[in-house]
Design a protein around this ligand. Structure first.
Ligand SMILES: [Zn+2]
Length: 78
């Protein structure tokens, strides 16, 4: 298992996610993000807006995702 925080995954807090694959951890952070969105958490809303801007350019989004995946792969196992 590897650990990444909400912040590391484009979010806004230090909540840790643990997963065996990047796809899995990305899903966990997305789920957490939508929960925070429902609670109208200001910091997460801000972070989400930035992500949304990034997503408007598919190349930027792809690069961001690839880089995060590499970051994840390079993390030591828990
Ligand atoms: Zn968070």
């Amino acid at each position: 298992m590897k650990t990444m925080t909400c912040k590391q995954l484009g979010g806004a807090c230090d909540l840790e996610f643990h997963a065996n694959s990047f796809t899995e951890i990305a899903e966990m952070s997305q789920k957490h993000g939508s929960e925070m969105f429902q609670k109208s958490d200001e910091n997460h809303l801000k972070a989400m807006n930035e992500m949304r801007n990034l997503m408007q350019n598919p190349d930027d989004m792809k690069n961001w995702f690839e880089n995060k995946k590499i970051e994840f792969e390079n993390l030591p196992d828990d």
